[in-house]
Design a protein around this ligand. Structure first.
Ligand code: SF4
Length: 363
């Protein structure tokens, strides 16, 4: 009999599975508590379940979906990049980012990515496969176990900005969000979860129309303020044009506290000129209350065809947006010394690059 992974279930499904085993309904709550509150990694730790039930669970179910291969901690800012092995040998990454007053986990949703953004390291070998719900959820559980369960180490924010296009793995991402935001499960705040998309219009619309998709924040990788430049660095723009994308975003029902984040990777001599900044401001136009702009200076990786603009250029771009009263922030990516910054996560070659670093040190 093939085992089921309990982290693939939302609460309703967990209850149904518990019922199928002939157990009482409250067992679902008990299991959810052990998995998402106590974050245990074995059935033996579930001490308020009888030995008989624990033995049955061991026969029928799994709770771990990832195996930690290695990790690397940034000396600059304390962020930790994890490299996980999946059951079929593929590898993915997550990044824990400690910040003042809160901690964020950046998670992956696919092995590789089909979208093909020209500035991105993840997409170099295309898409291998989607992650299961359990593989998405377990990045949160195992990262939290690793950093510790003390309140100050608690992961409060989750950003779907690791490897992959989250909305291309729609069902599994949706279920993982349901698990993260369900009070009977992980119980995280909806406002602290951000899904970042490259701008697949029909999938964004689907998410907003889907009553079962909990409302979370949306971030969209814009990266250019005109169609020609965007097409050059984001081929997806050929079919999801900038004009259509902005029209769609301008009409989305956005609640207070859920402003859409426009991500803009600043690439030297590609999209970083003052003219580009003015164009971006005009593109946002009268909808400035609906958006926040994140300016992310490009992080060069080995062999990358692009460069990072210097600080003056970044500041100049930033200032122009503020002159238009647009809420814009510069995000100098965390974890640059361990290649954990935006667009630098990649499934292949990681094992060697990780393992050859002699400086691995949990503390
Ligand atoms: S930036 Fe995101 S969507 Fe674009 S190729 Fe990389 S992982 Fe895929």
């Amino acid at each position: 009999m093939e085992k089921v992974n309990l982290k693939n279930f939302d609460f309703k499904e967990l209850e149904n599975w518990v019922k199928e085993q002939g157990w009482q309904k409250f067992r679902a709550k008990q299991l959810a508590k052990w998995l998402y509150n106590k974050k245990v990694s074995s059935f033996d730790e579930m001490t308020d379940l009888s030995k008989d039930i624990r033995n049955q669970l061991k026969e029928k179910a799994d709770i771990n979906a990832l195996e930690l291969i290695t990790f690397e901690k940034s000396k600059e800012d304390g962020s930790i990049k994890f490299l996980w092995r999946l059951h079929d040998g593929h590898t993915i990454e997550s990044v824990f980012i400690p910040e003042k007053g809160h901690n964020t986990l950046c998670i992956s949703t696919q092995v590789g990515c089909a979208v093909g953004c020209k500035f991105c390291f993840t997409t170099k070998d295309g898409l291998i496969r989607n992650l299961t719900t359990a593989e998405i959820v377990d990045q949160y559980i195992q990262s939290q176990r690793f950093v510790g369960l003390e309140p100050e180490k608690r992961i409060s924010n989750i950003v779907y900005m690791g490897m992959g296009e989250p909305l291309a793995n729609y069902e599994n991402v949706k279920k993982s969000v349901r698990i993260f935001t369900d009070d009977k499960m992980a119980g995280l705040s909806n406002r602290k979860i951000t899904i970042s998309s490259s701008g697949i219009i029909h999938q964004i619309l689907k998410m907003y129309e889907d009553k079962e998709f909990p409302q979370v924040r949306l971030a969209v990788s814009l990266n250019a303020a005109d169609q020609k430049t965007r097409e050059k660095i984001m081929p997806i723009s050929e079919t999801n044009t900038l004009e259509d994308l902005m029209k769609t975003l301008n009409k989305l029902p956005v609640k207070t506290g859920y402003r859409i984040m426009l991500e803009y990777v600043l690439i030297k001599d590609v999209n970083d000129s003052p003219k580009d900044a003015h164009k971006l401001a005009r593109l946002i136009g009268k909808n400035k209350k609906r958006y926040k702009v994140n300016l992310i200076p490009f992080n060069p990786y080995p062999g990358s065809p692009y460069q990072r603009p210097d600080k003056e250029r970044v500041d100049q771009f930033h200032k122009i947006l503020w002159q238009y009263n647009i809420g814009a922030f510069v995000r100098w990516s965390k974890g640059q010394d361990i290649s954990a910054a935006c667009g630098q996560l990649r499934k292949k070659d990681l094992e060697t690059s990780f393992i050859t670093k002699a400086s691995l040190n949990k503390n």
